[in-house]
Design a protein around this ligand. Structure first.
Ligand SMILES: [Zn+2]
Ligand SMILES: [Zn+2]
Length: 147
């Protein structure tokens, strides 16, 4: 966890947000928030305090996952996680293992027509390198493909 993240957690705990809410806002696990709070003396029954404060929940601020800058969420706009495209790219580049688990795509191999699944942003058209070669150099194309 970065110093920036720690200070965000501290700020949110001071505003009586629950571990859950903080984890959600920051894109980290509840366990991460909890263990930091326990170490930093921010644990306790804040959740109760939060609950009893009012009927309308406090508006939870969200922060750029990359640089920690507070984000302004506009209603009816997809929930933003980064302040800018630059931050989004930087963050995903720093977390390739998360990219892999995201964006699963199931597509048909352009060569043999077999369905296969790939992960990540990079587009795949062939199930194997072999199929790519066959398609590229021998012109083998899946005949079930509709144009
Ligand atoms: Zn940012
Ligand atoms: Zn194939």
């Amino acid at each position: 966890m970065t110093e920036q993240q720690k200070s965000i957690i501290k700020t949110l705990r001071e505003q009586n947000f629950s571990y859950n809410a903080i984890a959600k806002a920051m894109g980290v696990t509840v366990a991460t928030v909890k263990s930091y709070c326990q170490r930093a003396g921010l644990a306790g029954n804040r959740k109760e305090a939060f609950k009893s404060q009012s009927d309308t929940p406090l508006e939870l601020p969200t922060f750029c996952r990359c640089c920690g800058k507070q984000l302004i969420q506009r209603e009816k706009v997809k929930h933003r996680k980064f302040c800018s495209d630059a931050c989004r790219v930087t963050w995903w580049n720093a977390h390739p293992e998360l990219v892999k688990r995201r964006n699963p795509h199931t597509v048909k191999c352009l060569c043999c027509g077999k369905e296969f699944t790939y992960f990540g942003i990079k587009q795949h058209k062939f199930c194997t390198h072999e199929c790519y070669i066959k398609h590229r150099y021998e012109g083998v194309t899946c005949d079930t493909e509709t144009v």
